[in-house]
Write a protein that binds this ligand. Structure first.
Ligand SMILES: [Zn+2]
Length: 180
């Protein structure tokens, strides 16, 4: 027996793409509704697409295109428990909202605050936009989690040996810095 569980892949055969899409889309749409209800109406245009290439490491199941309009998920996500499915999708929608509302999200510790374009002069906003473009990977990831928490009212936990995003499990702890 191992002293500590390692992050390993399941041996299950992934579901066919079309089946996985039917399984995952209702979870995705429920979360999109929450984002839209929070005032992030641009998220209503964000779509989900199943792509086997997303599962390139045992802890990697999803990604968001940098225009915020497409979330890609691996069919293997269907083998995860529902709170993990929701946590991973919520994190990706956090990235989507970050891209859909460029430079509006400011990280404050582990939380975000939102600033609005109309409250600032053009020059100042351009400075914000340049700083937003130059954020490091950890800041981008923490912002995605911060936006998900801003919308859903509960922080994402990072659970299990793979440290997977999990909704409704803050006891697992926040995202470790440097996690990829
Ligand atoms: Zn991410």
């Amino acid at each position: 027996m191992r002293a500590r569980a390692e992050c390993e892949d399941s041996e299950l055969t992934p579901l066919p793409k079309a089946v996985a899409a039917r399984v995952l889309d209702p979870y995705f749409q429920r979360l999109v509704s929450r984002f839209v209800e929070s005032g992030l109406t641009r998220a209503s245009k964000t779509r989900l697409q199943v792509d086997v290439r997303m599962h390139d490491t045992p802890r990697h199941f999803a990604a968001c295109r940098d225009d915020g309009l497409l979330v890609l998920v691996a069919p293997q996500l269907c083998d995860q428990p529902v709170p993990t499915v929701e946590g991973i999708l919520a994190h990706e929608l956090g990235h989507a909202a970050d891209f859909l509302y460029p430079a509006e999200w400011v990280l404050r510790g582990r939380r975000v605050v939102r600033r609005r374009r109309e409250d600032f002069e053009e020059e100042e906003w351009e400075r914000f936009a340049r700083a937003w473009q130059k954020r490091d990977a950890d800041a981008v990831e923490l912002t995605a989690d911060g936006i998900a928490e801003w919308v859903l009212g509960t922080p994402l936990g990072y659970c299990g040996p793979c440290r997977l995003q999990t909704l409704g499990a803050p006891e697992c702890g926040r995202r470790p810095v440097g996690l990829r």
